[in-house]
Design a protein around this ligand. Structure first.
Ligand code: 13P
Ligand code: ZN
Length: 274
């Protein structure tokens, strides 16, 4: 099968374009990766032409021999639909999880995203904690979440609670909460390690003054998660812009009642008294 006809590739491109249309991908901002299922690899692998091995910049032994569809470094999300072969690539990892090689795409050169260490370390953690169900890692630059990192304390508890309060569906969509990484230099192993540590407990990690990472089982769930968090952040930005305090809100007991009816467990550390 032609790579560009495969359903997982079409789903990837649609999600990337949806993110562009949301305004989360100025210039080359953001990156997306998908851990390809073995049957999907088999359906397109006759088209693979392996390039040379390159170091990942970190080690992900649990992902040895896995294949990923990833956006290219410096590539624009707004171009993915119209020139996918130039914008994205499929990579294969070696049997130690130390090196990768491009087997398809990026036809005009360039490398996979500079955030490859973060993507792969997140994939490694999420593959383990989700028993293999998570396949998508998404990094975007959503405006309102970034704005909040200048005015809220950079604490998991505060971001989770404030965003839960802004929309009743939030604790149902991300019941485990949200992690926050303080400002760090992007692109390296250190920020990747800090993010993947948070991904052991959360599906969402915010990078202060930079953006957000979301993990999920498929394109719909992962895009929907990013969208829900950013929508909630937008409501909070609007609320804070009107006045610094709230006249009324969803209370800790309201959340406990919601948890019972919606059959989610909400950690008490987020239901503190203010
Ligand atoms: P890349 O173009 O290398 O993917 O980088 C974009 C980005 O958002 C870095 O954090
Ligand atoms: Zn970024």
């Amino acid at each position: 099968m032609n790579v560009l006809d495969a359903e997982f590739v079409l789903g990837f491109m649609r999600m990337a374009n949806d993110g562009w249309e949301q305004g989360w991908h100025e210039r080359n901002g953001g990156n997306l990766s998908y851990r390809i299922k073995p049957e999907e690899v088999n359906s397109v692998k006759e088209q693979f032409v392996p390039k040379q091995w390159e170091p990942i910049g970190t080690t992900v032994p649990k992902l040895a021999n896995e294949y990923f569809l990833v956006t290219g470094s410096g590539k624009y999300f707004r171009n993915i639909l119209i020139k996918p072969e130039d914008s994205v690539c499929i990579i294969e990892l070696d049997d130690k999880g130390e090196n990768y090689r491009i087997v398809w795409g990026l036809v005009n050169g360039k490398r996979p995203t500079s955030e490859l260490p973060s993507h792969l370390m997140n994939h490694e953690v999420k593959m383990s904690v989700s028993s293999g169900r998570h396949h998508v890692i998404y990094h975007a630059h959503p405006t309102n979440v970034i704005a909040l990192t200048f005015v809220l304390p950079l604490k998991d508890e505060v971001f989770t609670r404030e965003l839960w309060e802004m929309a009743t569906e939030c604790p149902v969509v991300f019941p485990d909460g949200i992690g926050v990484v303080p400002w760090m230099v992007p692109g390296g192993r250190e920020i990747a390690a800090a993010t993947s540590e948070l991904m052991k407990q959360y599906d969402v990690a915010i990078w202060a003054h930079h953006g957000m990472f979301a993990s999920g089982e498929d394109f719909d769930l992962t895009f929907g998660l990013m969208h829900t968090v950013e929508k909630s952040a937008e409501i909070l930005v609007k609320t804070l812009s009107m006045r610094p305090d709230k006249l009324q809100t969803i209370t800790p007991q309201n959340f406990r009642d919601l948890a019972v009816d919606f059959k989610v467990s909400l950690p008490e550390k987020f239901l503190y008294e203010k």
